[in-house]
Design a protein around this ligand. Structure first.
Ligand code: NIG
Ligand code: FE
Length: 388
């Protein structure tokens, strides 16, 4: 097995908190080195005492952070909605109904077109440091189109999510559609998915419908996650906490009871600030969540409607500038937080035995991720121990 020594790391973010009481959640080490063997991290320590290795890479005093873990994306689609975005910037509010425009384009695309489009977006993410990505279906909304969307997604990640309950397709009865999602569509999709999700929001699915989808998904072996409280207050976050889901996503409009439920259940609030940036809605109050002891993740929500960015560095910068997170909290949420939201323990951290997914920044410190928004700071990415 080939070993590589990455040395001269001015600042290494491990996410290995020295101890529970430490105020450094990032486990930062200075003047560090790291040895990769095969696909894993084999050694971490001071550069001065690094062991020999087959190859040596000098980071030149720059910062190294764990690869970003994007726990929420909708990459399987065709077409775009740039006109809708332009109209929104001119004052038309965001409405979930635009999803149906993308459904029509996605149904009309071939498997090859969908696959090459996802490949392009995954490569775009990788260039920006995302080494683990979750991908949802949700623009097919028929048994055939949801199943093929997931089969496409599965070529790129094991973290695939069945989102047949995205919206009710045009000219379809809602109750009949929920029966389809919880019956034949779930049966066709479950073999390609690890997770099941629903859009619990006024204009999409109510709490009873979302509960039915999550319960049926669980019976088919899929773990649940939920889109909730994005466009207004609602029952979704409470439902996610009651069901003990690992993560509930958006969390823009929360009541005090929702915050208490998140804290008590341990359900992770995944915040998606690119959405608020692109829809001009208020940002979620990350500070209040963190101060209440809620676990927080940051993800892109990359999709053609509410947020067409694949950039976690942008999301980190927005979380710091607009949501009251410290740069350390934001980076932690986009790495260890995303991993926790997917139930993964070997990514989102750089510790011995973890997958060697790491990002070399063209900067002396991770602080620059928030400090220099919009600047392409990712100078190198290793995924599974290999430079990409
Ligand atoms: O997560 N909230 C629902 N779904 C997507 C938006 C999809 C779209 O507008 O196409 C989201 O924001
Ligand atoms: Fe989403």
């Amino acid at each position: 097995m080939t070993s590589t020594l990455l040395t001269g790391i001015g600042e290494l973010v491990t996410n290995d908190r020295p101890d529970e009481r430490s105020d450094d959640p990032l486990g930062v080490r200075r003047d560090a080195a790291l040895v990769v063997e095969g696909s894993r991290v084999a050694w971490i320590g001071p550069a001065a005492s690094a062991p020999a290795a087959d190859e040596v890479v000098d980071a030149g005093g720059r910062a190294v952070v764990p690869g970003f873990v994007d726990s929420h994306s909708h990459l399987v689609f065709a077409g775009d909605r740039a006109e809708e975005f332009a109209a929104r910037m001119a004052g038309t509010p965001y409405a979930a109904g635009g999803i149906r425009t993308t459904v029509a384009a996605t149904r009309a695309a071939t498997d090859e077109q969908l696959t090459s489009h996802v490949a392009r977006l995954v490569a775009e993410m990788l260039r920006q440091g995302t080494t683990t990505v979750e991908i949802k279906s949700g623009y097919g909304l028929s048994v055939h189109d949801e199943a093929r969307s997931l089969a496409v997604a599965r070529q790129f990640t094991e973290e695939t999510t069945f989102l047949g309950a995205h919206v009710v397709p045009a000219d379809t009865d809602a109750a009949a559609y929920v029966d389809l999602v919880t019956g034949p569509m779930l049966e066709a999709c479950a073999p390609h998915a690890r997770w099941v999700d629903a859009f619990c929001e006024r204009g999409a699915f109510d709490a009873d419908q979302a509960r039915a989808v999550l319960t049926a998904g669980a019976a088919a072996g899929l773990r649940g996650r939920l889109h909730a409280n994005q466009l207004g207050p609602g029952p979704g976050v409470a439902l996610a906490c009651e069901l003990g889901l690992l993560a509930v996503d958006h969390c823009t409009y929360l009541s005090d009871d929702d915050v208490a439920a998140l804290r008590d259940s341990g359900t992770i609030a995944t915040l998606l600030p690119g959405v608020e940036f692109s829809t001009r809605q208020p940002y979620p109050d990350a500070r209040a969540l963190l101060d209440a002891g809620v676990r927080v993740a940051l993800a892109s929500d990359c999709n053609p409607g509410s947020c067409f960015t694949s950039s976690l560095p942008l999301c980190i910068a927005l979380a710091v500038r607009e949501m009251g997170m410290t740069p350390a909290e934001a980076l932690h949420a986009a790495t260890a937080g995303g991993a926790a939201a997917l139930g993964l323990t070997d990514v989102g951290r750089l510790t011995v035995g973890a997958r060697a997914d790491l990002v070399l920044l063209d900067a002396p410190s991770y602080l620059h991720l928030a400090y220099r928004p919009g600047v392409p700071l990712v100078a190198g990415v290793w995924q599974g121990g290999r430079p990409v």
